[in-house]
Structure formats: C-alpha cells, structure tokens
Design a protein around this ligand. Structure first.
Ligand code: 5AD
Ligand code: SF4
Length: 476
C-alpha cells in the first residue's frame, strides 16, 4: 500500500455520506430549508465552511438572510485566541430565545474549539439547546451527523482525536466568484509553545498534487481567476507523501493550469522556507509577488521560548535573500506581543525588525493564554496593561511604515484583478494588486473577474484609489 492510500477517506465512506445527503434532501421535500453559517478564525475555517455549505446545497438547503429565519444555524469556531472563544459563547447564549420560539431549529457547533474536551463539556452543561457538536477531523461526516441530529431529540456529539485522514470528493460551495481558497494540506507539526493549532488540527496531511490540480482546473473552468493555496505551514507540503515532493513542485504544477491568472499561498514558516520556493516565487509567472512570513517576535530569546527554531538574525538574512531575488516582493507578517517573559528589550527587538524589514503590513496579536500549551504554564505572564501599551506602539510604527510604502505607489500603474463592487457602493469597484494591496476605482460590471491596469492617484493606509487606464488581455 502506498503512503498516499493510508491518509485518504475510502470512497465507500464518501458514497455513504452522499447517501445521507440524498436522504436529507428527500426528507426536506416540499419545504425550502434555510441555513446560516458563521465562521470564526482563519481561511482554513472559511474553506471548511464552504465545504459545509456545499453539502447543504446538495441537500436542498439555501442560505438564509439572517439567523432568525434559519432552520439550521452553524458556528464554525476558532480557538487560537480567547477572544474568539468568548464570542462564540456569547452568540450561543443569544440563540436560546430563537430556539424557544422555534423548537424545530437545529443548532450545530463545529471547528477547532470543539476539539477541546473542556469546551465540549462546558457546552453540554451550559448550552443544552445545541443539537450537534462535531470537530475538525470528521467534517466530511456532516451529512450523517446532521441526519442523526434531525431524527434525535438529544444532543449529538461526535469528536475525533487526531487522525491522519484527507477526504476527497465531497461537494463545496464557494463564496467568491473570482478567487477561491484551496486547501493544500491540513494540520501542523510545529508545536510553537503558544499555539493550540497542532492539538486541534492534528498532524500534517498533504493532499495529492493530482487532487489539488484537479480542483484548481475545475475552478478555472468555472471562471475563477485566482487561487489561494492553504496550509498552516505550506513549506512542509508533501513531506508526508514522500517521493521528493515539495511545495515548490506543487506550485509549478498549479502554475500550468489554463485560465488561472494568479496563485497565492499561506502560511510559510521561516525555518522551512527553501531556496527552491524563493526561486519559484521569482520564476513562476502566476505566483504573486507576496509572501506572508510570520516572525512572531523580533527577540531571539523569545523566539527560542516560542520554539520557533530561528533567531532574529536568521530571519533578517532570510528576508535579505528574498528581497535580493525578488526586489518587488511585498512582505507581511504575524506578531504576538506580550509573550510570557517578554521584556522591554525583547519588545524593542521586535520594533527593530519592523524598521529593518519594512513589512507592507502586519497582523498583530495580544498574546492569549491557551490551556494545554507549554507557554500557558509559564509564570512570568505579562500584564494586560503592558501588553496593550506595546500593542499600541507596534501599531503606530507599523502603520507609519505601511503608509510610507504605499505612498511610493502614488502615480504608478498597477495590474488589478477586479473582485466586485466595493461595499455599500454602486459604482466603486474593488480588486487587488499582485502584491495583495486593495485598490478601489470607478468601474463597470463587465470588469469583474478581469485584470485591469489602474493608475494610482490616492493613498490610504489600508487601500489605494485610482483610475482604470486599460483592460489587460488574458495571457492564460
Ligand atoms: N496568542 C496570540 N496570538 C496567537 N497566534 C497563535 N496563537 C496565539 C496565541 N496564543 C497568532 C500567531 C499566528 C496567528 C495565526 O495567530 O501570530 O501566526
Ligand atoms: Fe501554530 Fe506554529 Fe503551527 Fe503556525 S506553525 S499553526 S503558529 S504551531
């Protein structure tokens, strides 16, 4: 048996789930059922929600305008930071009265939070109006679980421990018509000391090149122009499949798909960023000039305690290498402030890295203590007050740098992939540059899904504004 077969859900199991989809569709005959899904957290969760929506669509469900008109409400949860968890509890509490008014309503909670036993116990005790709880590993079994929840009165709980499975062949319904999320790999093996993800998403499992390329080809045939390949650490893509497969090799194959204009990916771990990938970024025409490379902290001491396996100097020289090969690349990062034991000097190191690298933008987070992770046991927790002070300072420095970088784009002509109307507007359209900057401009409906050239005439911190000067012919 090849390594590949050991990680795939058998097709008979997928066929069984499709039977349940059929059963649910039949049982809903004569009544249009409506669902709403709220997604918390990262793009991986967004992609999982698209899978749930795909299954529901095949069951005959349609999307509700709001929760109060829904027959099924799903919360797809995130547990990376405490705030996200508190939000879910808040929402669940508020659903009590909806359930009282409509006892037929089904409430399901899934995702990363549910992979923690104490969370499940808490929901069982305090939120007894929930009908179905499931985790991240058995998402493909949703039809069977929903069927069971529909014919049972009590709460159905189905959580799996980490198991190395990849499910192919289930339906998916996507949110955007121009760009799509495509999971390249699941799970993470890194165990950064603050992070809960490896505990709730399990070990790394890569999808096969054929399955990924097949999905991207189908997307292109349906008019999608951009794909974002997802993984907690795409740099270790393929290692579990063997045969010398790497993420750069996957990119080469995806780059060949006709009709796709742009390829993005996230996230990369600095310790695994290979020369082969840096070359691929430079050589492959569809791979965009943008790299998200989380540093987390600029202090070598803190990085070591975070179990990140690189030093400040190694990160900086990696950035030098990337910039020397790709001078036009846009760089973004993730930073945590207030990791246990972070001193003022450590924080200064983080500010120093911001000044040296000059990221286009940074996602900044207050350290959040996650039970079960090594960092949560540390005694030297930083006070909330100091964390907030450092957070404000970090934002101030990064906002200035982002604005300075964007200011240089004034008057330039940039290629923009048009995504659609900008929020609350009838004539302002929005899209992104290859470097992932948002550009707003006056346009027309026929531009959606096309590449246009825009001359930038106004700079904001988070977006650019401009005038369309030309539609770019397709080259794919
Ligand atoms: N506290 C704060 N931020 C965290 N992240 C992960 N775990 C935590 C935590 N416990 C951040 C990291 C990661 C991003 C997705 O979330 O910066 O890159
Ligand atoms: Fe969490 Fe680190 Fe894995 Fe990213 S690489 S998901 S921060 S453990």
């Amino acid at each position: 048996m090849s390594k590949r077969e050991t990680v795939t859900v058998p097709q008979e199991e997928i066929a069984k789930q499709r039977e349940y989809i059929h059963l649910l569709k039949e049982s809903g005959l004569g009544k249009i059922k409506r669902y709403s899904i709220s997604t918390f957290g990262c793009q991986m969760n967004e992609n999982d929600s698209e899978r749930l929506a795909g299954m529901l669509c095949d069951m005959g469900y349609s999307e509700a305008q709001n929760e109060s008109e829904s027959d099924l409400i799903i919360y797809n949860t995130c547990c990376v930071r405490e705030n996200a968890e508190l939000k879910v509890y808040g929402h669940l509490g508020a659903l009590k009265h909806l359930k009282r008014n409509n006892p037929e309503l089904l409430i399901a909670v899934c995702g990363c939070m549910m992979q923690q036993q104490e969370v499940v116990d808490h929901i069982k005790k305090k939120y007894r109006h929930v009908d179905l709880i499931f985790g991240t590993h058995n998402l493909y079994k949703f039809p069977e679980l929903l069927y069971n929840a529909s014919v049972t009165n009590g709460m159905i709980v189905d959580i799996w421990e980490s198991v190395g499975l990849v499910a192919e062949g289930m339906p998916i319904a996507r949110k955007f018509g121009v760009k799509a999320l495509v999971t390249a790999m699941y799970g993470c093996n890194n165990f950064c000391s603050y992070c809960i993800v490896p505990y709730v998403r399990g070990r790394e499992r890569s999808r096969s090149v054929e399955d990924i390329v097949g999905e991207v080809t189908a997307l292109a045939e349906n008019g999608y122009k951009e794909v974002m390949l997802l993984g907690q650490n795409v740099n270790s893509y393929g290692l579990d499949l063997g045969g010398g497969l790497t993420f750069a090799k996957l990119l080469k194959e995806v780059n060949k798909v006709k009709g796709i204009e742009r390829i993005r990916f996230m996230t990369s771990h600095p310790k695994d960023l290979s020369d082969e990938l840096i070359e691929a970024l430079m050589d492959l025409d569809k791979v965009c000039e943008h790299l998200h490379l989380p540093i987390q902290s600029g202090s070598t001491k803190v990085l070591q305690e975070m179990n990140r396996k690189y030093t400040k100097e190694q990160y900086l020289s990696l950035i030098d290498k990337i910039k020397s090969k790709n001078p036009d690349i846009s760089l973004t990062t993730d930073i945590i402030v207030g990791f246990p034991g972070e001193s003022d000097a450590d924080f200064q190191d983080t500010l120093d890295v911001l000044e040296k690298v000059r990221f286009d933008s940074a996602f900044t987070f207050l350290y959040s203590k996650r039970t079960g992770t090594p960092a949560a046991k540390r005694e030297e927790q930083v006070s909330e007050e100091v964390k907030k002070e450092r957070f404000e300072k970090l934002l101030e420095v990064q906002n200035r740098i982002s604005k300075e970088i964007n200011d240089q784009l004034l008057g330039s002509e940039l290629e923009v992939l048009v995504e659609g109307l900008s929020k609350n507007s009838m004539e302002t359209y929005t899209g992104r540059t290859r470097t992932n900057k948002i550009v707003n401009f006056k346009g027309t409906g026929d531009m959606v899904g096309r590449l246009v050239r825009v001359r930038i005439d106004r700079i904001q911190t988070w977006s650019l504004e401009g005038v369309v000067i030309e539609q770019v012919p397709y080259y794919a």
